[in-house]
Write a protein that binds this ligand. Structure first.
Ligand code: P6P
Length: 330
């Protein structure tokens, strides 16, 4: 019997008598945005929505038209949600408070990367939407402030992603754990397909862009060599898998085990990935699934952000693989 995500979140809410159902409504709205984005992603090759939008975003990256569509869809849906006081997005320089009376009464704010891995759009590789939900720290009834979006990852109420891959899935973590829902197109609902997801404590897949290895630290080089040398030892052959789309690499790591690494290096000491809407949501998922996530020294979720778009190195996945990597890198 199919259980839709709405039915599931409502069942989860019943475990907390004081819960209001606001989080369930917000997750439903994010799921709706995901379905709308999915619809456009699935036909990207057929309508003139591929290719460059001409503008560049705060990251200085050329914006693909689907990025813009995904960003605008999330902003619109969350604005009409009445559960969200405002958003911050990879595509927007600053946070965006919703000024209407309903939204200023909302208790949550949402950060997102609307379409991560967009460089893979034209080659039809899996891409995804990443989101993080925080309870606002600014007073309800007033417009949300930058402070609401600079909370450490361990304050996330929920976080997740929607992966537009061979199937479309929504995976999210709360303190109760991680659950995955697959879109059933015939009814247009995300249905529970991966209950209580756990990241295997051990794995044999390492996921890193070795094209950057000339810029790695000594410790990082030593760890990559350790992984490559593993084929000489029985029973510990490592495989290298790197899709170049964080949501796809993380989804595989969550399900099969392994380690995903985007390290700092000599030219980018803080790596490439963004703390608030890429690393922290994925770190919450991994830790809630029994995995681990660090920046090379500290737990990702304990980092106190100072800027909305700050970058952060990330080593995340199977607990014992992350610990092993830290023996080389720390
Ligand atoms: P590189 C995609 O552009 C992205 O932001 C992540 O999805 C992905 O993990 C990373 O960058 C890939 O970066 O430098 O290996 O191409």
């Amino acid at each position: 019997m199919l259980i839709t995500m709405d039915e599931f979140t409502i069942q989860e809410t019943r475990k907390f008598p004081q819960a209001t159902g606001d989080l369930s409504a917000l997750l439903r709205d994010i799921g709706l945005a995901g379905k709308i984005i999915n619809n456009q992603v699935r036909k990207a090759g057929l309508v003139d929505i591929l290719g460059k939008h001409g503008a560049t975003n705060v990251q200085g990256e050329e914006q693909m038209k689907l990025d813009i569509f995904a960003n605008e869809t999330l902003i619109k849906i969350l604005k009409s949600s009445s559960e969200c006081a405002g958003i911050a997005s990879e595509e927007n320089d600053d946070h965006l408070p919703y000024e209407d009376a309903y939204s200023t009464q909302a208790k949550y704010v949402v950060l997102f990367d609307p379409l991560d891995g967009s460089s893979n759009i034209d080659v039809n590789a899996s891409i995804g939407t990443i989101f993080a939900i925080y309870k606002r720290v600014s007073p309800v009834g007033t417009p949300c402030t930058q402070e609401d979006f600079l909370q450490p990852g361990n304050k996330q109420i929920a976080a997740g992603y929607i992966i537009y891959g061979s199937s479309t899935m929504m995976v999210y973590a709360t303190r109760l754990g991680v659950n995955g829902f697959t879109l059933e197109p015939s009814i247009g609902e995300f249905c529970l397909s991966h209950p209580n997801m756990k990241c295997p404590e051990n794995g044999n897949i390492y996921s890193i862009n070795q094209g950057n290895s000339v810029k790695y630290s000594e410790g990082m080089l030593a760890y990559v060599n350790y992984c490559m040398e593993s084929n000489k030892e029985e029973g510990r052959p490592y495989r290298q898998r790197y899709i170049g789309s964080m949501v796809a690499d993380m989804h595989r790591t969550l399900i099969k085990g392994g380690i995903f690494i985007y390290p700092g290096d000599k030219s980018s000491p803080n790596g490439k990935l963004r703390l608030q809407y890429e690393c922290n949501p994925m770190a919450l998922i991994m830790e809630a699934a029994g995995g681990k996530s660090v920046d090379g020294a500290n737990n990702t979720l304990e980092i106190v952000p100072t800027e909305l778009h700050q970058r952060c190195p990330i080593f995340t996945g199977s607990k014992n693989m992350v610990k092993k990597a830290m023996e080389f890198v720390k």
